[in-house]
Design a binder for this molecule. Structure first.
Ligand SMILES: [Zn+2]
Length: 572
C-alpha cells in the first residue's frame, strides 16, 4: 500500500510533454509511480485524493520573491503558498538581511522598505536577528518548519554594507575589500546560498540614493562571481536597466557566464522606450546558450501591476492638497469626505503638488489606467482606459477616476501596468513566455505590499494563458506548467523537483482547472505591528502537497509544515 495515491487526474508533468490521464502514487515524500489510465493498476493508498476532472501538476517553483523578512516569522508564506507555490527563492534584486552585523540591521530594513515596499515597522518587530553570517541566517530559517521550501541568495547590498560599512552606498571598493567580498561569496555558497543578487536599476533607491552595489564596477562583480564559482555552482541574479542593450554590461555578464557552474538570470520586460528590444534580448540569451553560457531572462506572466486605490500607496489624488488633508483618516471617513459634494469640488479644482514629475506622470497616465473589476481583467482594452471613458462621456479624467476609486466603499483598485503593455495587449508577454530562452519569474511575492500583488502569477498562467484569454492566442497548458516548474527549478539546479516522475519529490498541485478563480486583490493588515499588505485569494486549488504531505486542502492550511531550507543544488 502506498502512502498516498492521487487518482484519475489529468497529469501535466512539468517537462512540457503532452498531458496524460492517470494515477500518481507517493511514498516516503517522493513520487513512486505514475500510471497512465488503461496501462495498469497503481494500487491503493493509505490516503487517497480523487483528482477526477482535475489538473495534476508539479508544485510551482517561484524563483523571484522577497520573503527574506517574512520567512523569519511566518510559517504559512502567503500569498505564494495559497497559489500552489511549493518552493520559493528569495534574496533577489540585491536586498536582504544577511550577512548583517547588529549595527547594520536598521540600514538593511530601510533598504528593503524603500526598494520593495515592505513596511519597516513590520520588519523591525517581526525579525528576531539570530544571525550575523549568511550561513547563520540559513540556520535560523531552518529552525522554523513551514508550508513551502525556501532557497536564499546572497544580496549585494547586505554584502557590501558588511564589507564597507557606511561607505557601502558610493565608494568603489579597494583590493582588500574585493578579496573579502569574494571570500564571503564563496563561503555563502558553501553554506547553502543558491546564488547572489544585485540591482543595477535607477528605479531602486532609498533616501540615501541608489542602493549599494548599483554602480559597482565590473571588477567587483567579477570578484563576487569568482568567489561564488569557487564555492560551487551558483546563480548570479540581476535586475538591470542596461543588460539588454549596453555593451559594457553585456561584456561582464558574458564573463560571469563563462565561469564554471555559473548561471546568470535577469528580469526582462517590454520597455516603453524600446518596445521590441526584448526580442533581441531573448534571442541573444538563446544564442549564448548554444555557446555554452547559461543566461536566462525571467519574464512576467502579465504586466507588473500597480494597483491604485485609496488603501494602496499610490493613486491619482495622492499629491492633491485636499486629499493630503484627509490622507491620515480611516478609510470610511475618507470615503465619506470624498463623497461630500463640497470636498469633491475642492479636490477636482486642486493642482497636484510635487517636484517629482515622474511620480506625477505615473499616477496621471490616463490612457494606461484601468478599472480592475470583479473579473480581474489584467488585459483591458484601450477603450476601457480612464482617458477613453472620459472622452466618451465628455467628463474630466479626474472625475472618472474619483468615481472608480470610491466603488466598493473605497476598496476598489485601478490597474496601472508598469511596463510590458506598450501594445495595450499581452502579445509581447506571449512572445516572452513562448521563447525557449525564458522562464517565468517576477512575481515579487512578499514585496511591494502597498502597491503590487503579483504572487498569483502561477495561477494566472493557468486561468488566463491556458484557459480564458480572448484578446489573442492562448498558450498550451503543458508549456505554461513547464515554465513555472521544471524550467524555474532548473535555473537553480533543483533537479529533485519540478517534474512528476518516479524519484522526484512529491511537490504536487491538484487543481480544479474549470473552477480556478482569482479574486480581486485586497488589503489586509496582518503583518507584525499591524503592517499592511495586498493579498489575492484564489479558488480551485483542491490540494497542494509538499514532500508528499498535504499542506493546503481547498484553500485551507492543514497545519502540515514539511517545508525546509534548500541548501545548495540537488541532483534529480
Ligand atoms: Zn525583485
Amino acid at each position: 500500500m502506498h502512502d498516498l495515491v492521487i487518482r484519475n487526474g489529468l497529469i501535466v508533468d512539468g517537462t512540457g510533454a503532452d498531458r496524460v490521464h492517470g494515477d500518481l502514487a507517493v511514498d516516503g515524500g517522493r513520487i513512486s509511480e505514475v500510471v497512465r489510465a488503461g496501462e495498469g493498476d497503481v494500487g491503493t493508498g493509505r490516503q487517497e485524493l480523487d483528482a477526477d476532472g482535475c489538473l495534476v501538476a508539479p508544485g510551482w517553483v517561484d524563483i523571484h520573491t522577497h520573503y527574506d523578512g517574512q520567512v523569519t516569522w511566518d510559517p504559512e508564506m502567503a500569498p505564494s503558498s495559497w497559489h500552489g507555490a511549493t518552493t520559493v527563492v528569495m534574496g533577489n534584486c540585491g536586498v536582504g538581511f544577511a550577512p548583517a552585523r547588529p549595527d547594520e540591521r536598521d540600514f538593511l530594513i530601510e533598504l528593503m522598505e524603500a526598494v520593495e515596499d515592505i513596511p519597516g515597522t513590520a520588519l523591525h518587530e517581526g525579525i528576531d536577528w539570530q544571525w550575523e553570517s549568511f550561513g547563520e541566517y540559513l540556520d535560523a530559517l531552518e529552525a522554523m518548519p513551514r508550508t513551502v521550501d525556501v532557497g536564499a541568495q546572497l544580496p549585494h547590498a547586505a554584502l557590501r554594507a558588511y564589507v564597507s560599512g557606511r561607505a557601502a552606498h558610493d565608494d568603489d571598493l579597494d583590493a582588500d575589500q574585493l578579496r573579502q567580498l569574494s571570500a564571503l561569496a564563496e563561503q555563502a555558497v558553501r553554506d547553502g546560498a543558491l546564488g547572489f543578487s544585485t540591482s543595477r536599476t535607477i528605479l531602486h533607491t532609498s533616501r540615501h540614493g541608489l542602493i549599494p552595489g548599483t554602480t559597482a564596477l565590473p571588477d567587483e562583480l567579477l570578484a563576487v562571481a569568482h568567489g561564488l564559482a569557487r564555492g560551487g555552482p551558483a546563480v548570479f541574479q540581476i535586475i538591470s536597466d542596461g543588460i539588454t542593450h549596453v555593451p559594457e554590461e553585456q561584456a561582464w555578464v558574458r564573463e560571469i557566464a563563462d565561469l564554471p557552474g555559473m548561471t546568470v538570470t535577469y528580469s526582462l520586460a517590454q520597455s516603453p522606450r524600446a518596445p521590441r528590444q526584448f526580442e533581441d534580448a531573448l534571442d541573444a540569451a538563446w544564442a549564448m546558450r548554444a555557446e555554452g553560457r547559461t543566461v536566462i531572462p525571467q519574464v512576467p506572466a502579465r504586466p507588473t501591476g500597480m494597483l491604485f486605490g485609496l488603501q494602496s500607496s499610490l493613486h491619482p489624488f495622492i499629491l492633491h492638497p485636499t486629499y493630503r488633508g484627509l490622507a491620515e483618516r480611516p478609510l470610511a471617513e475618507r470615503v465619506a469626505a470624498l463623497r461630500d459634494p463640497d470636498v469633491r469640488a475642492r479636490l477636482l479644482a486642486d493642482e497636484p503638488r510635487t517636484r517629482n514629475p515622474i511620480a506625477l506622470r505615473l499616477v496621471t497616465n490616463w490612457s494606461e489606467i484601468f478599472r480592475l473589476g470583479a473579473d480581474c481583467d489584467y488585459e483591458p482594452a484601450p477603450d476601457d482606459s480612464v482617458a477613453a471613458v472620459a472622452g466618451r462621456e465628455g467628463r474630466r479624467e479626474e472625475e472618472v477616476v474619483l468615481d472608480w476609486l470610491l466603488e466598493q466603499d473605497g476598496a476598489a483598485f485601478l490597474f496601472a501596468p508598469l511596463g510590458s503593455y506598450v501594445d495595450k495587449d499581452h502579445g509581447a508577454i506571449r512572445t516572452m513566455i513562448e521563447h525557449p530562452a525564458s522562464v517565468v519569474g517576477l512575481s515579487d511575492g512578499g514585496a511591494h505590499c502597498g502597491l503590487i500583488c503579483d504572487a498569483s502569477f502561477p495561477t494566472y498562467l493557468l486561468t488566463h494563458w491556458a484557459r480564458d484569454r480572448t484578446r489573442g492566442e492562448r498558450l498550451p497548458l503543458e508549456l505554461v506548467v513547464h515554465k513555472q516548474t521544471k524550467a524555474t527549478a532548473d535555473v537553480y539546479g533543483l533537479g529533485d523537483r519540478g517534474v512528476l516522475e518516479p524519484g522526484r519529490r512529491a511537490d504536487v498541485n491538484v487543481i480544479d482547472l474549470d473552477g480556478l478563480h482569482l479574486h480581486v486583490p485586497h488589503m489586509v493588515f496582518d503583518l507584525p505591528a499591524g503592517g499592511r499588505r495586498l493579498v489575492q485569494a484564489v479558488d480551485g486549488y483542491r490540494w497542494t502537497l509538499q514532500s508528499g504531505e498535504v499542506t493546503f486542502a481547498d484553500g485551507e492550511p492543514t497545519g502540515a509544515r514539511p517545508g525546509r531550507v534548500v541548501r545548495g543544488r540537488r541532483a534529480g
